[in-house]
Design a protein around this ligand. Structure first.
Ligand SMILES: Nc1nc2c(ncn2[C@@H]2O[C@H](COP(=O)(O)OP(=O)(O)OP(=O)(O)O)[C@@H](O)[C@H]2O)c(=O)[nH]1
Length: 332
């Protein structure tokens, strides 16, 4: 199940349960003649129904649905009004549903802020209207639920983050994977087109890889590639991204970097890798193909193909060098 689907399901379930809870509260208060509370429960029920509708409308963009924050802020406010409007202390259990809703639906920080504000209001009201012991018991229950909700929410966002990291990371080297390269490069091209900022790329190949594999075996070469990746991470600056395309093949996306910059960068990478002492191979050399974005480059393939052609040129000219191929600014 995709994350968006899971969120849509969780949100719909949470709002639906709240709706049922509020209908039950509304009926109970109507029977006892507490009309203020009846109307407040109805308003909260309407809020929950609105939440279901909003969740379904936004089902494809659940991660970018700011309406939940607005809706839940209003519902929390209504719950506080219900608590302060009530003649009975046990109305504090109205907030149970809101605590769960906040933590299941909102981003963790927003949920924490809103829920703590809600619990603080209820605590003030409890200490004003009941004995200290009863207030502490009720508060203890609310905090227990709060703790469980925070744990779930934190655990869930951690799991989602690690799943996302796994999907875009090359397990052998720890660099980003090739699938993520096209996505990022396309975004960077759109950004360069919109802002006019320069963008460059480098394709890098470790020279004589086949001989190295024959000599040391694939496992030790894989270990070496991990070391190369770590060294490359140390050379690039924040905002640059590194991708592993296959054993010995890497790609660098360098935003805000013009032609002169990518030449400096390629030479720096070549020298850094060439001068290092490596655990498996002792010494190694690399060939680099560089290019800079031109207005005719509309897709990631344009830049990847040109960087690949520049790399071939560097290899044909004897390896251990960088080669730059310019784009064609006026081409269609
Ligand atoms: N993307 C990227 N470009 C780099 C990096 N290092 C150098 N460059 C490019 O090469 C140019 C010259 O870099 P340097 O020789 O370090 O000179 P600098 O004046 O210290 O460069 P700045 O970092 O821009 O202050 C920079 O302006 C960048 O365009 C890097 O790590 N990443």
């Amino acid at each position: 199940m995709t994350e968006t689907r899971l969120r849509t399901l969780t949100h719909t379930l949470a709002y639906s349960l709240t709706l049922l809870f509020m209908i039950a509260l509304a009926i109970q208060n109507l029977r006892y003649g507490f009309y203020d509370l009846f109307y407040l429960a109805m308003a909260l029920g309407l809020g929950a129904a609105g939440g279901i509708a909003y969740t379904l409308v936004k089902r494809r963009r659940q991660l970018m649905a700011p309406g939940h924050t607005v809706l839940l802020s209003m519902m929390n406010l209504l719950a506080v009004l219900a608590v302060f409007a009530s003649p009975q202390p046990d109305v504090s259990h109205w907030t149970l549903a809101l605590i769960l809703l906040n933590l299941l639906i909102l981003p963790l920080r927003t949920a924490l802020a809103l829920t703590l504000a809600l619990i603080a209001c209820v605590a003030i009201w409890l200490f004003m209207t009941t004995t200290a012991t009863q207030a502490l018991v009720t508060l203890g229950g609310l905090l227990l639920l709060f703790g469980a909700g925070v744990f779930y929410s934190w655990h869930y966002s951690n799991m989602a983050q690690s799943a996302e990291d796994l999907a875009i990371t090359d397990s052998q080297t720890g660099a980003h994977n090739a699938r993520f390269l096209d996505e990022t490069l396309q975004k960077e091209i759109s950004r360069a087109r919109a802002t006019g900022n320069p963008l460059s790329v480098i394709q890098l190949h470790v020279d004589h890889l086949d001989e190295m594999t024959d000599l040391h075996g694939p496992d030790r070469v894989a270990l070496l590639m991990r070391e190369v990746t770590q060294t490359l991470f140390g050379v690039i600056r924040a905002g640059d991204t590194l991708y592993a395309l296959g054993t010995g093949d890497f790609f660098l996306v360098l935003p805000f970097t013009p032609e002169e910059g990518v030449r400096v960068m390629a030479e720096r990478v070549r020298r850094t890798l060439g001068e290092a002492e490596w655990p498996v191979a002792g010494r190694l050399t690399v060939s680099l193909g560089c290019t800079a974005w031109a207005t005719s480059d509309t897709t990631s393939d344009h830049l990847r193909d040109r960087a690949g052609a520049a790399l071939q040129e560097a290899q044909q000219r004897g390896t251990d060098r960088a080669w730059f191929l310019p784009g064609h600014p006026n081409a269609a």
